[in-house]
Design a protein. Structure first.
Length: 186
C-alpha cells in the first residue's frame, strides 16, 4: 500500500488556559500551560497515521530545541519525517490562549514554515512520487504547495488541499485547479 504524504507546517504549540481574558496591558496568571506538537501539516500527518496509513511528512524546522522536540514527537507518533533543518530561524510556533468558555485566540509565528520553498519540496520528489495521496494546507508558502501538487499529479497521486488559514489574497481559478479535492469547513 502506498503511503500518504503531507507537505506542510510543523509547529510547537504553547497553550495557556485562562480563568478570564486579560485587558490590554494587564498581566494575568494562567491556570495551566501545555506544550505540544502542532501545525496543520503535522496534525494531518498524525491523524493519517492514527487512521492506519503509512505517513510521510515533508517540511522545515528551525535548528533549535523546539525543532528537535517536533522530530521526537513525530517519530513517537509513527510519522516518517523528511524535514529540512534551517539555520538562523526558529521552528514554527503557535501561542494559544484558551478562555474560561473554551474560546481561543491563536498567535502564529511561522518561523521555518515561512521559509519553506519549492526547492525543499523538490529535494523530496521521490517521497511524493511514491505516494497515493498528498495532503496540503495553507500554513506554508503557496509556491511550495503548488510544487508538491505538480509532482504528485505527475505521479498519479490524489492531491488534497485544506486552504486553512484562509488565503489572503484570495486564490484564483488557476490555483484551485492544481488540487483534486478542496476541504472547506464553515
Amino acid at each position: 500500500m502506498k503511503p500518504v504524504t503531507v507537505v506542510g507546517s510543523i509547529n510547537i504549540d504553547l497553550t495557556s488556559y485562562l480563568d478570564r481574558w486579560p485587558k490590554v496591558g494587564e498581566t494575568v496568571a494562567v491556570r495551566q500551560t501545555s506544550i505540544s506538537l502542532g501545525g496543520k501539516g503535522a496534525n494531518q500527518a498524525v491523524a493519517a497515521t492514527r487512521l492506519g496509513s503509512k505517513t510521510n511528512l515533508i517540511g522545515t524546522i528551525g535548528k533549535d530545541g523546539f525543532g528537535q522536540d517536533a522530530v521526537r514527537q513525530l517519530h513517537d507518533f509513527g510519522v516518517d519525517a523528511w524535514l529540512m533543518e534551517l539555520t538562523n530561524t526558529a521552528t514554527g510556533m503557535a501561542f494559544i490562549d484558551v478562555g474560561p468558555d473554551g474560546a481561543n485566540m491563536i498567535r502564529l509565528s511561522s518561523g521555518a514554515n515561512g521559509l519553506f520553498r519549492p526547492d525543499h519540496v523538490l529535494s523530496h520528489s521521490g517521497v511524493i512520487q511514491s505516494s497515493s495521496v498528498v495532503l496540503l494546507q495553507n500554513e506554508v508558502d503557496l509556491s511550495a504547495s503548488l510544487a508538491a501538487a505538480k509532482v504528485a499529479r505527475q505521479a498519479g497521486a490524489l492531491v488534497v488541499m485544506d486552504p486553512a488559514p484562509a488565503p489572503e489574497p484570495d486564490w484564483g481559478r488557476e490555483v484551485f485547479s492544481s488540487f483534486d479535492l478542496l476541504l472547506m469547513f464553515f
